[in-house]
Design a protein around this ligand. Structure first.
Ligand code: SF4
Length: 368
């Protein structure tokens, strides 16, 4: 087993030095100490690739340049600027978090990681990263990239998803930081851990020759890089089905706002039904029938915990129900769909159906 004590002493220093020389620089969220901007970038990057997040980050900041404007915005406005990025709970938590910062701390972002971690959607590692980047706080981080580096470098067996292994990794993260020199550049170290995991110590085929830890890495010396971190046994992703009704009347389409909790929370969607009987009953309510509707090509969408198979149907009605006048907010003009907060696959579906809508950038998976 590797001599941990000697590895601790140089671990952080080597990563910080490597980051300055070979890490990622010039990303839109770097070079600022503004905790609001750093918070936004950390949340956006949680489940999104750097290249995708960059555009969203800049557009989001143009509309919500500070915590005050975000707190004052409507949920719908926030969702509109997040639509297509997926993982919509992040947007709801940001919005709620901005309101908390305004209400509890008069717009002053908290400086210490423990207080930052009280904001919704922020775990210990994200809070530590924000505190390090914004305020130079000397706090350890432990995201997926760091877990991979630590398990490989220190030869930690066991599934990092298990709490005992996670505790062990947090202890290592604390120890490596505690053993670092007092003048450690915490920004370079924190960014270095992220960069090393993203660009060198990658999940598949790590580039050990380019790694600043190669001389002390257990996995490399034992040629066991593929064994770490131990794979989490995953159950097969369950499958669900739904019928989706795209109902047109004049130049409008009927949409419903999804409940805040659950898939596509807070976004606008066509009504969904569990089966064709439910769809047929709904069409009957609207004064039309399944045989008058047009079946569109089916598609599926992957959420974190299940795959949703969607059978969309397009129905056109001449008269809206008196209970749902055309002026009701559920009837949205097709020309306004481009700026409506829609989930990415629905936006794509509408782009194929209606002009005036641009398809969004593809994203891999979404959840509540
Ligand atoms: S030497 Fe290889 S396996 Fe070890 S930390 Fe560096 S990139 Fe990862």
């Amino acid at each position: 087993m590797l001599n941990r004590q000697s590895a601790f002493a140089t671990f952080a220093r080597r990563i910080a030095r490597w980051q300055r020389k070979a890490g990622r620089h010039g990303m839109p969220w770097q070079g600022t100490r503004d905790p609001y901007r750093i918070w936004l970038s950390e949340i956006m990057l949680q489940q999104t690739q750097v290249a995708t997040a960059a555009g969203y980050y800049q557009r989001f900041l143009q509309r919500f340049p500070n915590v005050n404007t975000l707190a004052d915005a409507s949920m719908d406005d926030v969702m509109r600027h997040w639509a297509g990025l997926g993982y919509y709970a992040r947007a709801r938590n940001l919005h709620q978090g901005a309101r908390t910062v305004m209400a509890r701390w008069h717009g002053e972002f908290p400086r210490d990681a423990a207080t930052i971690a009280q904001l919704p959607g922020i775990g210990r590692s994200t809070a530590a990263a924000i505190a390090a980047f914004a305020f130079g706080a000397r706090e350890p981080i432990l995201d997926g990239n760091v877990k991979r580096i630590l398990t490989r470098h220190f030869g930690i067996e066991g599934d990092p998803g298990r709490s005992a292994v996670t505790r062990c990794l947090w202890t290592l993260a604390e120890q490596t930081l505690a053993a670092a020199p007092a003048n450690l550049d915490i920004t370079a170290y924190t960014q270095g851990l992220m960069d090393l995991g993203a660009t060198v110590c990658t999940r598949r085929r790590p580039r050990c020759d380019a790694c600043p830890l190669k001389s002390s890495c257990y996995a490399r010396l034992a040629a066991r890089q593929e064994d770490f971190p131990a794979r989490t046994a995953r159950a097969a992703r369950p499958e669900r089905n739904c019928q989706m009704l795209i109902l047109r009347c004049e130049d409008c389409v009927f949409l419903q706002r999804r409940p805040a909790a659950g898939i596509w929370g807070g976004l606008w969607c066509p009504p969904q039904y569990d089966d064709r009987a439910g769809l047929a009953a709904a069409l009957d309510d609207w004064g039309t029938t399944l045989s008058d509707a047009r079946q569109l090509p089916p598609f599926h969408h992957d959420f974190t915990h299940f795959r949703l198979h969607v059978e969309p149907w397009l129905a056109t009605i001449a008269d809206h129900r008196p209970a749902e006048p055309i002026s009701a907010p559920n009837w949205i003009a097709t020309t306004e769909l481009r700026t409506t907060a829609l989930p990415a696959p629905i936006k794509k579906l509408f782009a194929a159906l209606f002009r005036d809508i641009n398809p969004p950038a593809a994203d891999s998976a979404e959840y509540s």
